[in-house]
Design a protein around this ligand. Structure first.
Ligand SMILES: Nc1nc2c(ncn2[C@@H]2O[C@H](COP(=O)(O)OP(=O)(O)OP(=O)(O)O)[C@@H](O)[C@H]2O)c(=O)[nH]1
Ligand SMILES: [Mg+2]
Length: 198
């Protein structure tokens, strides 16, 4: 996959209708601060185009990035943002739920999990919720650069185990810092969209 153009085309808040179009969507879900916007930047090859922050709760809207006029990356607000108040949490939950229920051309959901930690209760809920909606989550284990190489295999196995040991689970280790794992994700996206590899 070669990135030729990127454009933040639509930003949806709680009351917005989602855009109607014919292109496939790839959604990025996961806990606040896990690295969704950073992964999108790494894939788009644009530093800082999707806003990132070391403070959780940066992305509070659903942001649609048009990629090559061929697909959308959809950056979802993160869950599990500890300091958000109850109402804000409920609204984000509703927004994500509405998105999963209504996104017409949703092709895949990337569920991001920090490679250093076991998936938490929120991650498991999200994992199950995605499956409940008829999708097989593609799990991205983020912040790969934070581990010693000798630790990687064991941590990936932990994530598999906690998610229920599904044999066909797609699990990709990734680092936005070093871009490790990016080529594998480009290949996966090509496979998903039925592109012939470039
Ligand atoms: N070392 C390292 N840091 C990362 C990586 N990915 C993200 N970060 C850092 O983690 C923090 C959060 O990243 P974001 O991409 O903003 O996370 P997010 O999931 O979009 O968070 P919300 O928008 O709050 O839901 C930032 O300080 C990033 O620089 C990574 O692969 N390696
Ligand atoms: Mg974000």
């Amino acid at each position: 996959m070669v990135i030729k153009s990127v454009n933040l085309e639509t930003v949806c808040g709680i009351t917005s209708d989602f855009p109607v179009h014919d292109l496939p969507e790839i959604a990025f879900a996961g806990k606040s601060n896990v690295g969704k916007s950073s992964l999108i930047n790494a894939l788009m090859n644009r530093n800082g185009y999707a806003r990132t922050s070391s403070k959780p709760g940066k992305t509070q809207t659903i942001n649609y990035y048009n990629i090559n006029d061929a697909m959308y990356f959809v950056d979802l607000p993160g869950y599990g943002y500890a300091t958000a108040n109850v109402q804000v949490k409920a609204e984000w939950g509703k927004m994500i739920e509405k998105y999963l229920n209504t996104a017409g051309s949703l092709k895949a959901i990337f569920l991001l999990i920090d490679i250093r930690h076991d998936p938490g209760e929120n991650d498991l809920d999200m994992y199950k919720w995605i499956r409940h909606n008829g999708y097989e989550p593609i799990v991205i284990a983020t912040k790969l650069d934070k581990l010693k190489r000798s630790e990687v295999k064991g941590k990936l196995e932990r994530i598999r185990t906690v998610l229920g040991n599904k044999e066909d689970l797609r699990l990709f280790p990734f680092s936005s810092e070093t871009k490790q794992g990016r080529d594998e994700l480009y290949d996966f996206l090509d496979e998903l969209l039925g592109n012939t590899p470039e």
